[in-house]
Structure formats: structure tokens, C-alpha cells
Design a protein around this ligand. Structure first.
Ligand SMILES: *Cc1c(COP(=O)(O)O)cnc(C)c1O
Length: 404
């Protein structure tokens, strides 16, 4: 942490005004910390950066990594290790932190789904791993899920060449199980007639491994162990969402034998479905440090910060006549204070989509989510302090649209 005089000294030593903001980094604790002046690569490329008021979206580059994670990546980038050795040691530490039997770092939750599925098919038979996805002979070939859980990410299952069987009810599930059933897959944020506990019970009764996709489901931190403890054999998380780790990393947690089997299908092994999902030492170590940081951090303080930020934006927006600012917390997936802005268009004469576009095209650019009914805002992926810019830009645009 540095004081204002030191900031000014840092500023005056920088060659260009443009370099000023490239060299100053807003730290995680609401203070400016100086970083060495360096090239402004995004600017050189003509790639616009933005304030992320939307949330964790892959197309928006996910999250900003915690400082500790960046340190770990820098550390790892400077020396060689054996990839399997690192995965073994990191996996053991992750299993402790996440209170499960075993763990491995994947290139994302989607890759955790593919590797976990492949492992269920192959066990530790490398010869079988070589034949996925084109020749599943001698392997089971079906994965069952609820129709309402058939999200796009289920493609990560199909990558292994298996057929997906959709069911609606517990009895349909029982009937669908046969000697070709390799796995049962659950979407943690999904709705459906079969709840988690019943799903697990049916899996265990029939000796079929179950997998739960929890990609976006921390916070709360307890979710890191809740679902393996509940009885899911495999659980997948994104590294680059709430965990604030590398965007190209994820976690596969669960049974020791199934994690070992998943690794058979992963890089560095070349002739595998997972070879294109490789994770190098930087992400592997970065993922561990992200989980370590997340498990040990002050979650109450995080929550207070997010609440203060969202309240600040809500207060500013709702000070404009006709504007409604509703704060809500989704039960699961992105379980964080979130804001829905809507307004009476006879008073504020702009649409939600137009306001979002104005925010995006403004200076600085601000990305939000939303629909024809509302503008959606979260603050957890912002640098602290940016909520003030977002609040004043929104208020300014709403006031402008209120003038005739
Ligand atoms: C984001 C997400 C994924 C993919 O996660 P990556 O870490 O980007 O691979 C999979 N499933 C669900 C439900 C998600 O929200």
C-alpha cells in the first residue's frame, strides 16, 4: 500500500499520460497499488477494455484473477516441472481443501465434464482411452440426464462419443438404466422432477457413477464440499468464475479411482480426448492458489463489499423518477447480490437495450446483462471503486433520457 504522495511520484515518473492508467492497478482492497509502467497491449491492438458489471461470462473473459493467483502464475512461468508430478501434488492439496477423496485441475468445468466422463468409460485402461470418441467397443455408451438439464454444456459429455438419454421422472430414470449406462449427469442449477439426493440414491442402487456440474456455484464456499459429501461421485467447478482463478482452468473433484481414470484421458498423454484441453503448470498452480485463497478468505467481508456496491448503484439509479431498482440474490449459481433495473418508459424515454448499448459504447465502456424488461448488474467481477463510475454513468443516462 502506498500513500498519495508516492502515487503522485509514480505518476510523475511515467513517460506518458496514456501509460499512467496502464501502470496503476486498482488493488483488491480498494487501494491503488503501483505496477511497473509497461506496454498497453490491448490499446495497441485496438481491443477495448471495459468495466464488467455483467458477471462471469466466458465471452467477456470471465473474471479477474486474485493477486495471489497472478503471483503463482508468474512464479510457475519461470521454471520447469513434470506435469504429472505437479498434478499429483496439486490434486492432493485440492482434495484436502475441498474435503474430497481426490481432485485434478482441468482446463475448465467443461473439460472436467469431458475428462470425468472419459474416465468413467475407460477406467485406467490406456488402450480404451486411445479409442474415445470413435470406437467405444468394450465400453459403456450411454449417459442419462434429465431433459430439463440438457444445457449446451452437455456437449462436453458427447465429446466422448456416448449417447445421451433424456428422462423426466424417477421411474423413467430407473427404466432407462441398462448394461450400457456409463454415468448419470446432473446440472446443479437445473430444475426437474429428480432432486439431487434421489438422483444419487438411484445411482448408488444401480452402481452407476453420478456427476454434478456446479460450474458457477460458488459462493457459498461450502459448495466446494457439499456435493461430494452428499454422494456425487464426481463434481465439476469452473476456475474462472467465483473462484477467481485462471479462466482456462477448472476442477474435477471426487472418487479417487475416477479421478485417476480421468487423468488417463488427459494431457500430457497425447492420444486422448483430453489432449486439446491441456493445462500447463501456470494454470495448475494458479488454480490451487485460487482455491486456497477462496477457502480461507473473509467471505462476510466480500459479501458486505458486494452489498455496499450494489446498494450504491441502486440508490443512484432509483433517485431518478420512475426508475425501479430491485436487489435480489439468486439461490444457486451466481449466488451474489444482483440488481435489476427497470423503469416507466413514459418518464424515462429509453429502452433497457438502448441503455445497455449506451453504457457499452460510453467512456469507459460498461458491460451489463439484461432483457427487454430489465438491465442486470452485478459488482463482484468489478475492481472495487468501479461501482461509483457505473452508478454515475447509469444515473446520468437515465436523467438524460428523462428530459424531453
Ligand atoms: C460456465 C459453465 C460451464 C463451463 O465452464 P468453463 O469453466 O468455462 O469450462 C459448464 N457448466 C455450467 C453450468 C456453467 O455455468
Amino acid at each position: 500500500m502506498i500513500n498519495r504522495r508516492e502515487i503522485i511520484r509514480t505518476m510523475s515518473s511515467l513517460p506518458l499520460v496514456g501509460g499512467l492508467f496502464a501502470g496503476l492497478k486498482l488493488g483488491g482492497n480498494n487501494t491503488f497499488t503501483p505496477a511497473p509502467a509497461r506496454r498497453d497491449y490491448f490499446k495497441e491492438l485496438g481491443v477495448r477494455t471495459f468495466i464488467n458489471a455483467a458477471g462471469t461470462y466466458t465471452a467477456m473473459s470471465g473474471c479477474l484473477m486474485r493477486e495471489e493467483v497472478v503471483d503463482a502464475i508468474m512464479y510457475a512461468s519461470n521454471q520447469y516441472v513434470n506435469i504429472d508430478d505437479l498434478q499429483d501434488k496439486v490434486g492432493a492439496r485440492l482434495a484436502e481443501l475441498c474435503r474430497c477423496e481426490a481432485a485434478t485441475v482441468s482446463s475448465g468445468a467443461a473439460s472436467a465434464i469431458t475428462l470425468g466422463t472419459a474416465g468413467v468409460l475407460t477406467g485406467t485402461d490406456q488402450e480404451k482411452a486411445r479409442r474415445i470418441p470413435t470406437d467405444l467397443s468394450g465400453m459403456k455408451s450411454e449417459v442419462i440426464l434429465q431433459k430439463s438439464h440438457r444445457i449446451g454444456y452437455a456437449h462436453a459429455i458427447s465429446n466422448c462419443g456416448v449417447k445421451i438419454i433424456e428422462v423426466d421422472t424417477p421411474s423413467e430414470l430407473e427404466n432407462a438404466i441398462n448394461d450400457q449406462t456409463a454415468m448419470m449427469w446432473y446440472f446443479n442449477n437445473g430444475e426437474g422432477q429428480i432432486g439431487r439426493e434421489e438422483f444419487i440414491r438411484i445411482g448408488k442402487k444401480n452402481n452407476i457413477p453420478t456427476m454434478n456440474d456446479c460450474a458457477a456455484d460458488v459462493p457459498p464456499v461450502e459448495n466446494l464440499w457439499k456435493y461430494t459429501e452428499m454422494g456425487f461421485d464426481l463434481v465439476c467447478f469452473s476456475g474462472g468464475k467465483g473462484l477467481r482463478g485462471p479462466q482456462s482452468a477448472g476442477l474435477l473433484l471426487g472418487r479417487k479411482d475416477l479421478i485417476a481414470a480421468a487423468r488417463i484421458n488427459a494431457a500430457p498423454r497425447g492420444d486422448t480426448v483430453g489432449r486439446g484441453m491441456k493445462v500447463n503448470k501456470e494454470e495448475t498452480l494458479g488454480m490451487l492458489i485460487a482455491v486456497e485463497n477462496f477457502v480461507h478468505r473473509d467471505h462476510k467481508a466480500d459479501w458486505r463489499l458486494w452489498e455496499d456496491q450494489i446498494n450504491h448503484i441502486a440508490k443512484n439509479a432509483s433517485s431518478v423518477d420512475g426508475v425501479d431498482a430491485e436487489i435480489h440474490v439468486p439461490d444457486i449459481a451466481n449466488h451474489i447480490p444482483s440488481l435489476k433495473l427497470s423503469w416507466d418508459e413514459t418518464k424515462v424515454k429509453t429502452s433497457t437495450q438502448q441503455l445497455r448499448e449506451d453504457l457499452r459504447l460510453g467512456h469507459p465502456s460498461i458491460q451489463t446483462v439484461g432483457s427487454n424488461e430489465h438491465v442486470g448488474i452485478t459488482t463482484w467481477m468489478m475492481n472495487p471503486g468501479e461501482e461509483r463510475i457505473v452508478a454515475s454513468r447509469i444515473k446520468e443516462l437515465l436523467i438524460e433520457a428523462s428530459k424531453t
